[in-house]
Design a protein around this ligand. Structure first.
Ligand code: XBP
Ligand code: MG
Length: 254
């Protein structure tokens, strides 16, 4: 079967959202709630081992802040859920202020894919509102319609590295994994996509450059542009200097 659809991860793949977006929004929510928690750039890198903002906060408390007790009358889950709502509000505000651009090559590749009639979908751990805000603020509101399926957040109970979110998206697309390619940036994302039998192209970033990329089809530092070529870390890209649809079709066919 030929290549019919591209399935994009969001955080770290479409945009470098973690360090200057999600992390900052978590810290703003903590300060607003009178908490003295402060997630440094380095600590956040460790916390990224766990996907999902609520799950990440629970992991932080379990491993880095064991004495914390939620306010009287509030379960820990409820407290985390409230804090996470505030975090999402701050994150969307940061995006609206233009804090996070798309990564190199993303807008170009999406335009090429649409021009060639490839179907597009999103598979992410992040909250749906965050996807909506990122697309709206970078590509315009109409870009939400470019993606036939947006699988996001708590729509599946088991987040990446579990394959569930990719399986959900494949089911909604009504396509076999063999007709699609996944685009990811992290080990957890790669495990999730490979768990759903998807061949995966990876664009690494500051937080994921040392991740285990075993099993990825091609690993690059960025999708790149004609005037900003990619560096290939693993796999074969021939003479191509940036990721375009022709390269994706060749990789898929191989
Ligand atoms: C990214 C994540 C998310 C975000 C935070 O996953 O792990 O948890 O850091 O988002 P992906 P929420 O790369 O698969 O998009 O706080 O909304 O959960
Ligand atoms: Mg990611």
């Amino acid at each position: 079967m030929g290549l019919e659809a591209l399935i994009f991860d969001v955080d770290g793949t479409l945009a470098d959202t973690e360090r200057d977006g999600h992390r900052v929004a978590f810290n703003l929510a903590f300060a607003e709630s009178g908490l003295d928690w402060e997630w440094s750039v380095e600590l956040y890198g460790e916390l990224l081992a766990v996907t999902g903002g609520k799950e990440r906060m629970a992991y932080y408390l379990k491993h880095y802040n064991q004495t914390f007790q939620p306010p009287q009358g509030l379960s820990l889950d409820r407290f985390i859920a409230q804090l996470h709502q505030a975090k999402t509000r701050h994150y969307v505000q940061l995006l609206s202020a233009g804090a996070i651009p798309l990564r190199s090559g993303v807008a170009r590749l999406l335009a090429e894919a649409r021009a060639e009639g490839l179907r597009l979908a999103i598979s992410t751990t992040t909250t749906p509102e965050n996807v909506d805000a990122l697309l709206r603020c970078t590509l315009g509101a109409e870009s939400l319609d470019w993606f036939e399926v947006i699988g996001a957040g708590d729509i599946v109970p088991a987040k990446k590295p579990a394959p569930d979110i990719y399986e959900f998206v494949l089911d909604k697309l009504n396509l076999p994994a063999s007709a699609c390619l996944a685009l990811e940036d992290s080990k957890n994302g790669l495990l999730s996509a490979r768990g759903a039998n998807l061949e995966t192209l990876m664009t690494l970033n500051g937080y994921t450059e040392s991740d285990d990329v075993t099993g990825a089809l091609l690993v690059v530092d960025q999708l790149g542009e004609p005037d900003s070529p990619m560096t290939v870390r693993q796999g074969e890209s021939g003479q191509t200097r940036y990721v375009d649809i022709a390269l994706l079709r060749t990789l898929h066919a191989s």
